[in-house]
Design a protein around this ligand. Structure first.
Ligand code: C2E
Ligand code: MG
Ligand code: MG
Ligand code: MG
Length: 279
């Protein structure tokens, strides 16, 4: 009886695994086709300087314009792209499009591109970054590469060498989603990051939880002492914005200013907003 139950459970489990593996295979096949058909687009979200209220950069965020399913957000395809290695060609497409688009923006506006840990296992990463800069004629100091703490968890000697090489020719390196990893602080000692991006989870309840406020205050203070720019992610309310400015956070990004938008909307986002009438 117990045995029968066990078998039944196992079989059910096995079927579930099959269904998941099957869905993953379909997604992998669709991703390959999408790469061939050039179905990936890059959306851009503005990053504002909190002192002079100017847009200083846009973050490039991948979108899959699926022929049947419409626009698909990265959380639905980046994990499988990473498992299958397809993030390497996909990441290269995003990098090339982002550099090409940014080359048409004003000189004082940078572009930030996310890099997956899997891209750091590819020996051609540095070459492909250089090639993207060359092809677009974008000055290297206008390219920021965002990495998460997980990049430094794997083969960190080799990874650090790559980061130093990238920084050596003028590219800036940002530490993304700061505070969500296991040993965030130790990474600040291992590499001279140009920017810390404070994870959205600390910004969300900034105005309502003392702990989040204390953490944001500590990170902006740390940034100031180390001479590192701090960018708050996921700013949605005026209250969060005011607190961040008060704490001396350098930059902010979030729906309060704009969601990510297609490349064609960048010029519109750069135009100064009409003066708000004072009551
Ligand atoms: P991320 O790099 O931390 O990017 C910020 C994410 O927060 C974006 O989600 C953005 O749309 C979202 N966001 C911005 N402001 C707000 C806000 O005020 N409220 C809320 N709720 N969300 C906000 P998105 O575009 O869905 O991207 C999710 C993640 O996928 C990114 O997180 C990044 O880790 C990854 N990703 C996106 N594009 C690429 C890419 O080209 N390559 C790689 N390797 N990863 C990418
Ligand atoms: Mg990012
Ligand atoms: Mg982030
Ligand atoms: Mg994130």
């Amino acid at each position: 009886r117990a045995k029968a139950d066990g078998r039944g459970t196992y079989r059910f489990f096995e079927t579930g695994m099959d269904a998941r593996a099957q869905a993953r295979r379909v997604l992998e096949r669709d991703l390959r086709l999408a790469l061939q058909r050039d179905e990936f687009e890059v959306y851009y979200q503005p990053i504002r300087d909190l002192e002079d209220d100017r847009i200083v950069a846009f973050e490039a965020l991948a979108r899959w314009n699926h022929s049947l399913r419409g626009l698909i957000a990265p959380n639905n395809f980046i994990p499988v792209a990473e498992e299958t290695g397809l993030i390497v060609p996909l990441g290269e497409i995003v990098l090339r499009k982002a550099c090409a688009d940014a080359a048409g923006w004003p000189d004082d506006v940078a572009v930030a591109v996310n890099l997956s840990p899997v891209q750091f296992k590819n020996p051609n990463l540095v070459t492909s970054v250089k090639a993207a800069l060359q092809a677009s004629a974008l000055s290297s100091d206008r390219l920021e590469l965002e990495i998460t703490e997980s990049v430094l968890l794997q083969n960190s000697e080799a990874t650090l060498a790559v980061l130093h090489e990238l920084r050596g020719f003028g590219v800036r390196i940002s530490l993304d989603d700061f505070g969500t990893g296991y040993s965030s602080l130790s990474y600040l000692r291992s590499f001279p990051f140009d920017k810390i991006k404070i994870d959205r989870s600390f910004v969300t309840d900034l105005a309502t939880r003392d702990e989040s406020m204390a953490i944001v205050r500590a990170v902006t203070g740390l940034g100031k002492s180390l001479g590192i720019v701090t960018t708050a992610e996921g700013v949605e309310t005026d209250a969060q914005f005011d607190l961040l400015r008060q704490e001396g956070c350098t930059q902010a990004q979030g729906y309060l200013f704009s969601p990510p938008r297609p490349a064609a909307d960048v010029a519109k986002m750069l135009r100064p907003a009409p003066e708000r009438s004072v009551a």
